[in-house]
Design a protein around this ligand. Structure first.
Ligand SMILES: Cc1cc2nc3c(=O)[nH]c(=O)nc-3n(C[C@H](O)[C@H](O)[C@H](O)COP(=O)(O)OP(=O)(O)OC[C@H]3O[C@@H](n4cnc5c(N)ncnc54)[C@H](O)[C@@H]3O)c2cc1C
Length: 439
């Protein structure tokens, strides 16, 4: 049994090692110069919501059977990762809505690669999967991949696509997500350019729901600069303590719609100019998100060269924002209406969840933020065995599997753990590919 895996992030490494354990001969193709994908930059929390009702409430548009798969298999897959040499940092997530564990990315990746190679698996870096090969009966029989040595075919009984979705492809992101020509910042490694997604669609695969959604964070906007190693640290995760204003000086979203601020980030991606300002007062700056205050995150934005404006009154802040193109009167009207509605306990449009406070205590701050994409939400439609489905008859395409971000539809309308999708779907794809396709 030969299995070829396209992509060496956590999904691909997991699928490769699990398939190898089950007796397959494995070749893992990685486009970059080393495996690891986005896991390297991540916080390392691999988690699920505590039960299905919570999962459905937090992520109502997602595929319920895939959510059930993540929930049901995560515990045993975490044990598998630990047994495979994954370096555990904590056995909890610190969030009462979720359970899971935290792994140290770099040593975990090294351990997976070492085990894979020690048991005879082949890891080929700087080798990019390009297209799927198939026989006359429509069964996937391998891949064509390219390295500096040229193009080469790799035969396989099963191919697992784990190339991480299309966050790094401006054309696909523009078409499906932003619906325009601008470029969204990429908060991930840049190599997931939709290679697996496109190749599968070309073979007749069915796309999942949620192609227009993404998971990401609002980051300090240009001219801020930071390396990928700081993606976690620079994230501006305090919209819940701020009023988010667009270039027209208007509120555009519920700043506190969800704990991960995914809805706010997604809404920011549809604002003119692809940016927003988070407006805070001194009380808001003291707001805490996990172990950090908003003030610390604002200071981080300032340190990276981002735009942080401080003023002693809202009118002064309005003057300073007007210099940057935000209409003064609209801004002041928005803040006045906001403060009045909160003080009177009246509803707002857009609505505002949770307990909000009026912005009254100087100093006032405006921080310019831009949405960034960590990974796509839509991708390939799969069954509960991670078999990629055919658009024509909704049946599995023989020999073709997907794992990680490549599996679409799990987190439509909310946020779920990308690392859990990598770990659980990586294990599942390996197991179903080795056990064979359903008849
Ligand atoms: C800053 C940051 C923090 C995060 N924190 C968390 C967290 O705490 N918890 C959590 O659950 N998630 C987190 N995530 C998300 C998580 O890291 C990802 O969802 C997960 O790592 C995705 O794994 P993957 O293997 O599916 O894809 P990726 O990690 O994107 O891996 C895909 C791999 O495929 C390779 N590739 C692409 N195209 C090809 C090709 N044509 N041929 C061969 N190889 C190819 C890429 O080079 C890459 O190595 C975070 C992400 C970031 C960036």
């Amino acid at each position: 049994m030969r299995v070829v895996i396209a992509g060496g992030g956590l999904a691909g490494l997991t699928a490769a090692l699990r398939a190898e354990e089950l007796g397959a001969q494995v070749t893992l193709l990685e486009k970059g110069d080393s495996p690891g994908g986005s896991f390297i930059y991540s916080s390392g929390y691999v988690w699920s919501y505590v039960d299905l009702p919570t999962f459905r409430r937090e992520v109502p548009g997602g595929d319920a059977s895939l959510q059930g798969l993540v929930l049901g298999r995560l515990g045993s897959c975490l044990t598998w990762l630990e047994d495979a040499g994954g370096e555990l940092l904590a056995r909890e997530t610190g969030n009462p809505l979720t359970f899971g564990a935290r792994f140290d990315p770099e040593p975990t990746i090294s351990a997976l690669v070492e085990r894979l190679e020690a048991s005879g698996g082949e890891v080929l870096t700087e080798t990019a999967f390009e297209t799927l090969l198939e026989d006359n009966a429509g069964r996937v029989t391998g891949v064509l991949a390219r390295s500096s040595g040229g193009a080469r075919e790799y035969d396989a009984d099963a191919v697992i696509l784990a190339s991480g979705g299309f966050a790094g492809d401006p054309e696909l992101v523009g078409r499906h997500i932003i619906r325009g020509p601008r470029r969204m910042l990429v908060r991930a490694h840049p190599r997931s350019t939709g290679d697996g997604f496109r190749a599968a669609l070309q073979r007749g695969a069915l796309a999942s729901a949620g192609l227009d959604e993404f998971y990401g964070r609002n980051l300090p906007a240009s001219p801020a600069e930071f390396p990928p190693e700081q993606f976690v640290e620079v994230s501006q995760l305090y919209g819940r303590y701020a009023v988010a204003i667009n270039a027209r000086g208007e509120r555009y979203a519920d700043e506190n719609a969800d704990w991960s601020e995914t809805a706010l980030t997604r809404a920011t991606a549809h604002q003119p100019g692809l940016y927003a300002y988070y407006i805070l007062d001194a009380a808001g700056l003291e707001g805490r998100v996990r172990e950090q205050t908003a003030k610390v995150m604002v200071e981080t934005a300032r340190r990276t060269g981002g735009t942080v404006i401080e003023a002693t009154s809202l009118t002064e802040l309005a003057d300073r924002l007007a210099e940057r193109g935000v209409p003064r009167d609209a801004f002041l009207r928005t803040l006045k209406e906001y403060n009045a509605a909160i003080a009177a306990g009246e509803s707002l449009a857009p609505p505002r969840s949770g307990q909000a406070r009026p912005l009254r205590v100087p100093p006032f701050m405006a921080v310019k933020v831009a949405p960034s994409i960590t990974h796509t939400v839509g991708g390939l439609a799969v069954d509960a065995g991670c078999r990629v489905l055919c658009k024509k008859d909704k049946r599995p395409i023989p020999g073709l599997y997907a794992a990680g971000v490549e599996v679409g539809g799990v987190s439509v309308g909310g946020y779920t753990s990308g690392l859990a999708s990598a770990l659980v779907f990586g294990n599942t794809a390996a197991e179903s590919s080795v056990s064979g396709d359903p008849s």
